[in-house]
Design a protein around this ligand. Structure first.
Ligand SMILES: *Cc1c(COP(=O)(O)O)cnc(C)c1O
Length: 358
């Protein structure tokens, strides 16, 4: 099979070797005589898998032995919009509004208490990241989205707060070196940089839990999930297994230091071409551009369809822009190789050259 260069915003591309390993496990998981798809979430073999995945997540984030827990839950990041507020919102929470996902998080938190937007990029259609953020001290926590998958903007430094910091890191977790310990709760849908859809990673510091007085249904209660070692009910076994393989792969690559360098290189290649090429322009303000999702448009929308077709003919998949913005979005998650970027950049160059004749 010829693999396409997959620039999709999610589900993300994964390393070839993991597709192979995962395929074998579907037939016969580690020589157990069972497929991973029929392996019990309570089996010894899966217990080993989830513990390994949790341990890798804590190791990669430098949060091991620091009173943090790693949970692999169901429901995606959208579920965490509600679950974080359910567990943490006593009276009022603060939010930074930088796009659709943060807006959804605000809307869900409103079921549980007051919300205050302390900074927003809405005035310029989320083309930038608000700076010099001051967080009031009378809120239960501050929530923000580290990377705005739809608009292609990314926080390069993080707000300093006295209150707990909660971050939706769905689309840039484990893509760069950061101090994870400045956050009290981090969540990420697996399908952007961790593994296949179905699991959601939550890294949570124990101290922030147990402050709300409302009754929390068991499955939504972080404390109960911690107690159940993240296997309160049937886990998304396959997704967690493949996530574990992918996190192992990341460690083998040299961890966040190496992957950050590679991601920087990839992003620079693409943005350089977007800026150089007379047919394209970038959406986000330069200093706030995302290393994971490059959003750009044609200078004239008549080129949109043509470029998409042209790219598709060159084995490039998934660069159609989000339906709310149009244009293009090239997502460059960890597993996307530099050769895929070379392919896309060459394609853009060729398209520019041929544009009078296409
Ligand atoms: C994709 C995405 C979501 C939604 O994730 P689901 O797992 O589909 O709920 C939320 N936040 C960010 C930043 C995303 O990129």
């Amino acid at each position: 099979m010829q693999r396409l260069h997959n620039f999709s915003a999610g589900p993300c591309t994964l390393p070839d070797e993991i597709f192979e390993k995962a395929s074998q496990a579907v037939i016969n998981f580690d020589g157990s005589g069972l497929s991973i798809l029929e392996t019990s979430h309570r089996s010894e073999a899966f217990t080993e898998v989830i513990q390994k995945a949790q341990s890798l997540a804590l190791e990669l984030s430098g949060l091991k032995n620091k009173n943090y827990y790693a949970l692999f839950l169901h429901g995606g990041a959208s579920f965490q919009f509600m679950m974080t507020a359910y567990n943490l919102l006593v009276n009022k929470a603060a939010f930074i509004e930088t796009g659709r996902w943060s807006e959804n998080a605000i809307a869900e938190a409103q079921y549980f208490g007051k919300t205050e937007i302390i900074a927003s990029s809405k005035d310029k259609n989320h083309t930038y990241i608000p700076k010099k953020i001051q967080c009031p001290s009378d809120v239960d926590y501050l929530h923000f989205t580290s990377n705005n998958t739809i608009y292609g903007t990314q926080f390069k430094s993080f707000p300093q707060t006295e209150v707990p910091l909660v971050c939706d890191m769905s689309s840039d977790i484990f893509s760069r070196q950061i101090d994870f310990s400045q956050f009290d709760l981090i969540y990420a849908g697996a399908q952007k940089n961790i593994g296949p859809a179905g699991a959601t990673l939550v890294l949570v510091k124990e101290d922030i839990l147990g402050k709300v007085t409302r009754k929390i249904p068991s499955i939504l209660d972080y404390q109960k999930q911690i107690k159940a070692k993240s296997v309160y009910n049937t886990s998304p076994v396959f997704s967690i297994y493949v996530s574990m393989l992918n996190l192992e792969w990341l460690v083998r690559q040299g961890g966040l230091k190496v992957i950050e360098k590679r991601n920087q290189e990839k992003a620079e290649m693409l943005y350089h071409e977007i800026d150089r090429n007379s047919l394209f322009k970038a959406y986000a303000k330069k200093q706030d551009r995302s290393m994971m999702n490059a959003v750009f448009t044609s200078v004239d929308s008549k080129f949109d369809e043509k470029f998409l077709n042209f790219a598709n003919q060159h084995q490039i998949s998934g660069i159609k822009g989000h339906r709310s913005l149009g244009g293009f979005r090239a997502s460059m998650y960890n597993a996307l190789g530099i050769e895929s970027l070379e392919k896309l950049v060459n394609c853009m160059k060729e398209f520019e050259k041929n544009t009078n004749t296409i």
